[in-house]
Design a protein around this ligand. Structure first.
Ligand code: MN
Length: 202
């Protein structure tokens, strides 16, 4: 049984939009699929933080415009430092003066499957695919579903920051990114403004 399953009852009894109790660590069993989270972060500049669980940490990219469901949209994704797994549970306000000050909501969350293959169609371990600068994956979230790829297009040498693109694959439907100020948390249903207001009065 995965760590996710053993906490089902604990979570069912609690409304994590109302309590500050932790949801608890998810399992890291090798047979449970790795998780992802997309947070909206109303910092000095509004952005989306896209995080994929890889080898016990959350590999992270800051995406100014957020993911798009349209395969023609190539979304700039700037790598940021690895975050601890528990960060996927973070929704709240980072105080003025602190790093990343501003409000965060969990816009989407779920699990993903590695779909990265070499030219012979053999699966490449996800961490190695990222190192090589191209990783494919299938998301199973509340809002994001289907195939995506992250591709590095700037190596980040000579003091330049590394830069990647996040692109939807294999689907031509709709699914643009909603207005971040109207978007609601997949975890609590709240908007950025509601989270900020509740934290202020807490
Ligand atoms: Mn951020």
């Amino acid at each position: 049984m995965s760590g996710r399953d053993v906490l089902t009852e604990y979570r069912r009894k609690r409304d994590f939009g109302k309590t500050r109790e932790p949801r608890g660590k998810r399992g890291t069993d090798s047979d449970s699929e790795p998780g992802f989270v997309v947070q909206i972060h109303d910092a000095s500049t509004m952005h989306f933080d896209f995080r994929l669980e890889v080898d016990g940490v959350l590999k992270s990219w800051s995406i100014p415009k957020g993911p798009s469901g349209d395969p023609h949209d190539k979304r700039l994704a700037m790598p940021t430092e690895d975050h601890p797994l528990e960060y996927r549970d973070f929704e709240g306000t980072i105080s003025e003066g602190e790093y990343g000050a501003g409000t965060v909501i969990i816009w989407d969350e779920g699990s993903y499957q590695n779909r990265s293959t070499d030219k012979h169609g053999h699966e490449i371990p996800f961490a190695r695919a990222l190192d090589a600068g191209h990783a494919s994956f299938r998301l199973a979230g509340h809002k994001l579903h289907g195939d995506w790829a992250l591709t590095r297009f700037r190596e980040g040498s000579d003091g330049e920051r590394q830069a990647w693109l996040l692109v939807r694959h294999g689907h031509t439907g709709s699914g643009g990114t909603p207005d971040p100020r109207r978007a609601r948390s997949a975890r609590s249903g709240r908007t950025l403004r509601q989270v900020a207001a509740e934290e202020e009065s807490a």
